[in-house]
Design a binder for this molecule. Structure first.
Ligand code: ZN
Length: 201
């Protein structure tokens, strides 16, 4: 059974809470450079490539702790994810490539294809409906994160969308402003960094 289906309706609070606010030490980082599988595979060959520069505690000594396998449904893909341990506070950080949709169990490519209806990836219809519903929700926390990021381009995107704009509108405005090939992946990774775990959808 899809664990997402088993989640209670309150799952949407997950969209606005963060690793830090849940008081967790360590957590998930997303490497925004890695939008393609080929880049990910090249980086796995270099132990330093995925290593975070710094732990939340300020320590800069992070050691490779583990390699975990993450299955991406619909893409027939098993992705190796690097896990690092902080030498000082022992927090563990797993670093996801940006092409993986955190919490959705799929690559963003599959998510976007399912949402656009262009292709027929193996995504159950009600999962697609749930994703559509999320994109139709107001993007308030995400828009605020862009508005207060200190970056003029991001602030302009936030102003265009406005506080009542939806997540989908925000994604479209961001993709248009940045010229990215992917609609959701870069913004999802950016939000995760700007607002410590904030989810686009
Ligand atoms: Zn630490």
């Amino acid at each position: 059974m899809d664990p997402q289906w088993a989640a209670p309706p309150a799952v949407d609070t997950c969209l606005v809470s963060s690793d830090a606010s849940r008081g967790r030490r360590g957590g998930t980082l997303i490497d925004e450079r890695v939008l393609e599988l080929a880049v990910h595979e090249a980086m796995l060959k270099d132990p330093d490539a995925y290593r975070p520069a710094e732990c939340r505690c300020g320590c800069r000594r992070l050691h490779v702790h583990d390699r975990r396998e993450r299955r991406a449904r619909g893409a027939g893909l098993v992705v190796t994810v690097m896990v690092f341990l902080c030498a000082q506070c022992r927090a563990s950080w797993r670093v996801l490539p940006a092409f993986l949709a955190r919490c959705l169990w799929r690559t963003w490519e599959v998510v976007e294809a399912a949402l656009s209806g262009d292709e027929r990836p193996l995504v159950p219809a009600r999962t697609v409906q749930r994703w559509q519903a999320r994109l139709a929700q107001p993007a308030r926390a995400a828009t605020q994160a862009l508005a207060t990021s200190g970056d003029a381009t991001l602030r302009a995107v936030a102003q265009r969308v406005g506080l009542d704009g939806t997540r989908g509108a925000l994604a479209a405005a961001y993709a248009e402003a940045t010229g990215g090939a992917s609609l959701l992946a870069p913004l999802a990774a950016l939000l995760h960094r700007l607002s410590s775990g904030l989810r686009l959808m």
